[in-house]
Design a protein around this ligand. Sequence first.
Ligand SMILES: [Zn+2]
Length: 353
Amino acid sequence: MLAFCIGTGLHLARRTCSSIAAMNLGEVVKALNGIAPLHLAESWDNVGLLVEPSAPHHVKNIMLTNDLTTDVMEESIKSKVDLIVSYHPPIFRSLKRITQQSWKEQLVVSALENRIAIYSQHTASDAANGGVNDWLASGIGEIRDVKPVKCCTKSASGGIFFLKSPNCDFPDQLEKDIQILAKTDSGILAAWNGNHDMSHELSMANVSSENVIQLSTLNHTMHNTGAGRICALEHPLTIESIVRNLKKHLEVDHLRLALGRDNCMQSEVHCVALCAGAGASLLTGCHADLYVTGEMSHHEVLDATQNGISVILCEHSNTERGYLRNMKRMLGAQLSGVNIIVSEKDQDPLCVV
Ligand SMILES: [Zn+2]
């Protein structure tokens, strides 16, 4: 693809034109939202575009990371990235000032000084069909049936709407979502395809919600989206073989295992309940032979094992990080010519010594 360099003086100063293509930040955000729609995120989460340099912001180089640490930020600056996609949101609690006092504040300062945007998907990516939990499930073994532990209660909103603005041109990014049915002197009658949340998408495209009247709603359940996964295995597997499969899938040498009461390494597993990251609150009470997650407390593990359920703990981010490779592939397919790299500095802070 033909390269082009447009931007502020600062933007041009630290880059040279190359064969890498550039895209507007808004287009990249749209692609990210297509992979993990933000309306799937938990209400307590802080997802989406968290740091945005002044416009125009063109994205040529993207860094994918599980956690945005100081090391990853330094790596991003060296790699001249324009956007960091961090699975965990580096800004979670409210910041009341942006100084040099805390490492989180320093990250924001570094990002803006180097014109780097930051985007996070977190629980939207966990819940998405084909997201982090489905990636984790694919490392267990052959699965006959998989469904969320907690189904997503939100449904996509499609339907017919009227836009009180007869001369409005819908942005290119919404073209595939909107079908114009009629244009009148007072506005435009259009259909929304319902794949994404309509009001959110329109607001992202700077179409004012005050001008939109939704006439009918077509809600449909979003299959295979939600928190965690319950996996029915095609054939029963021993705990030993699942441990082996997971080590290979997660590329780790060690896992922590708590055998359920009366279980041994050769016990057969028919059903696995899993949750990437910290899964205790979601998995507690789930009917399964085995729980797989990143971390659980001593007492939560004890509760499971005394109920005859074995537990495999892999360390929090080890259950998430490998998904970045899938993310790179999916995003690359949508952002032709944009350079996407996975951080080499990003790693789980814990290791077995
Ligand atoms: Zn996590």
